[in-house]
Design a protein around this ligand. Structure first.
Ligand SMILES: [Zn+2]
Length: 461
């Protein structure tokens, strides 16, 4: 029965739960609660059972993708995979790895399910850790299962009860399934210092314990402000997303907010991929996504070896992500965790809080500039922002077409000035290539300033 729910068989099938149904709040809540119930049990199932479930779900999404989406029809034809006839793990490994750039010069109808798209779709943009801006689409099937996963995360961090969550300005709207949860917007990192009392009032108005969720860099700043101004915010737990937290930074937040910090690993386009358990090991949401580690050439690596993190998610039918390169580096461990969960453990490397120092002694997390480039995903294939001095920036751009008009560059420069500082100088260089790090990771921000100038007592990455 639980297996049928997770596999979306029988009455849980997407064939019955069409979009109009999932738009009815009471029915949607029921489905989310049902999924969450199954997920709370399955995290302790034997790993062979989970692996079998993953293969079935991958096969389902491939059958759908092949039938409905030209991009996948063509891709599977090349490697002669017919999931509707037979499919095993060896077949899976023959599917070429997909990259953000594969979707860029194609019409949307080529890589989405046109019927679902016409009914309803959620549009979002990302560039995340790969510095390659792109647009992508999600559907209600994905959203429902994603909310059930978020409920499982909340159960872990708030120990059995479901507490309200204050979500600090996550740019994407990945939310928690909790009616009492609230969004708290700060225009950017710098804005937090003017809004910290509002955040406190918001927490107070809840009249009950709550969980705080946000980007790591924002949480560090909130912790700093609360300590400096003696704001007794006191969340029960903190969930950090976006940039990975380094050990010193985790303890910094914990000591100033008086709450335990849980890391989670998410990407805008793929959603909740893994999160800390009570023992602070990052467990993969294996019922929602299949995560692999491969080497530079795409060959699978054995457990424990560091390589590229490749992900297949099972629920987004409108635009499936199958063997998709996240641009992150990680390792998977088969070790058993004392928490009792059998879900595999993941470690992510190279995601860190990068702060941009500015002339007026402000520091801004590099995450705050992503929007400038994501908004222009049609013009930009890849970019890198290099800070040469406190007020001089160089932007390297690989354009989507042959080049970028000067007017557009002026608009980008103005947008950067608004997000960073009005007095900065911005130069551009149109290039054909932006070198990755030696480990193959693309870097969107690089500072040439000596970081010993940083005056804050916040731990540096
Ligand atoms: Zn654990």
């Amino acid at each position: 029965m639980l297996k049928a729910i997770l596999l979306k068989r029988g009455l849980r099938s997407d064939r019955f739960l069409t979009r109009p149904f999932l738009k009815l709040p009471f029915l949607r809540s029921f489905i989310v609660a049902l999924d969450a119930y199954a997920l709370l049990q399955s995290q302790y199932w034997p790993s062979e059972d989970i692996r079998a479930l993953q293969l079935e779900r991958i096969r389902d999404i491939l059958i759908h993708a092949k039938k409905k989406i030209p991009f996948w029809r063509d891709k599977l034809a090349v490697v002669k995979i017919r999931p509707e006839v037979s499919f095993d793990w060896d077949d899976f490994l023959r599917i070429p790895i997909t990259h953000k750039t594969d979707f860029k010069d194609k019409p949307v109808a080529y890589f989405t399910d046109r019927d679902l798209f016409a009914q309803d779709h959620i549009t979002n943009t990302t560039s995340g850790s790969t510095a390659e801006p792109m647009v992508f689409f999600q559907d209600r099937y994905y959203e429902t299962r994603s909310l059930a996963i978020s409920r499982r995360i909340l159960r872990t961090v708030s120990r059995s009860t479901l507490l309200p969550v204050i979500q600090v300005r996550a740019r994407n709207r990945r939310g928690f399934d909790n009616n009492e949860s609230l969004w708290f917007f700060a225009y950017n990192h710098n804005h937090l210092k003017y809004r910290i009392d509002t955040l406190y009032q918001l927490a107070k108005s809840l009249g009950k314990p709550f969980v705080l969720y946000g980007f790591s860099s924002y949480l560090i700043e909130i912790a700093r402000l609360c300590s400096e101004r003696q704001v007794p915010l006191r969340p029960v737990a903190v969930i950090a997303t976006g940039e990975g937290l380094q050990p010193g930074q985790k303890e910094y937040i914990e000591s100033r907010l008086g709450a335990e910090v849980y890391n989670c690993y998410t990407t805008t386009e793929l959603g909740w991929l893994a999160q800390d358990c009570e023992r602070h090991n990052l467990h993969i949401n294996s019922e929602f996504a299949y995560v692999e580690i491969v080497d530079k050439g795409g060959a699978p690596l054995e457990n424990g070896k560091q390589g590229r993190v490749i992900v297949t998610t099972f629920d987004n039918k409108i635009m499936p992500f199958i063997r998709y390169d996240t641009g992150d580096l990680g390792t998977i461990s088969m070790e058993l965790c004392v928490c009792g969960r059998t879900l595999l453990q993941l470690k992510i490397f190279g995601r860190q809080v990068d702060m941009i120092m500015l002339p007026d002694n402000r520091t801004v997390p590099s995450l705050d500039i992503l929007g400038v480039f994501e908004k222009r995903h049609q013009l930009i294939r890849q970019y890198q922002l290099i800070q040469k001095s406190l007020d001089e920036f160089l932007v390297k751009i690989i354009p989507e077409g042959d080049t970028i008009e000067n007017d557009q560059l002026v608009v980008i420069a103005n947008h950067l000035c608004r997000n960073l500082h009005s007095g900065i100088k911005v130069e551009f260089e149109i290039v054909k290539e932006i070198p990755s790090t030696t480990s193959g990771k693309k870097i969107y921000f690089k500072s040439l300033i000596n970081s010993s100038n940083l005056s804050e007592d916040v731990p540096k990455p």
